[in-house]
Design a protein around this ligand. Sequence first.
Ligand code: AMP
Length: 270
Amino acid sequence: MRQWSLQGKKSGKSIALVPTMGYFHEGHLSLMRMARAIADSVAVSIFVNPTQFAPNEDLDKYPKDIKRDIGLAASIGIDCIFLPDNDAMYEKGFQTWVQVEELSQGLCGKSRPHHFRGVATVVLKLFNIIMPDIAVFGQKDYQQLKIIERMVKDLNLPVKIVPHPIVREPDGLAMSSRNSYLSPQERKSALCLINSLKIAQKSFNEGIVHPDTIRAKMRHEILANKNAKIDYIFIGDADTLKETDTIGDGTLIALAVWIGTTRLIDNIII
Ligand code: AMP
């Protein structure tokens, strides 16, 4: 992998990286197209990182179709796919972690306490291995994006982080590899995430600025589905990820909802 990157750098090419866990959908492909447009060479990593999953989570059943992924990446002109195995990424005796402290605590960090430590660590490893000039991250995983941006600043990493907007299905559901877990009934219920966010935006447009009032409306919309359970609804500052007393332009509304046994996330910025 290093050899490929060094070769590219020697000939003056800029390198963009799109880190993924594979099982590509249009969201991934859209990030890749963006990377393609802003760099000379594009590398995509596919690695289902075990250290960001808790023991009770879906590591073992995470969907996989490497052959299809490679075909899709090739079809949009990706130059290189990095496909390491667990032993290569985590050698025996591994014990060094990156912890982006405050930003990792709220939102998804509450119910997934070691998740972002695993994410930050593996992303730093990927940066060190691939040495990209640019890395593209989706805003769907908004907290992850903010944590990576912070890590890059705090550790002086020579990588430009480029955010990409959320890519949605025609009916508004945010695309996710985990959508493949949903039964047809659950797929319908899953619309409660985007619908509750739309209600939040509409309420704000009508003059409601109190987070509790908006949260109550969102909760009502979500819990109309018997198979839905709310993990969290966050309303607050889009940079610090701290809750705020009032909603304004630029406020982040982010949520995680269980639909049956599948945990989905989504967000908007007001
Ligand atoms: P994943 O394979 O789910 O870890 O995602 C790899 C990258 O794609 C991350 O930067 C995600 O934020 C991004 N991504 C996944 N789904 C979407 C989506 N629907 N819209 C935009 N970016 C996405």
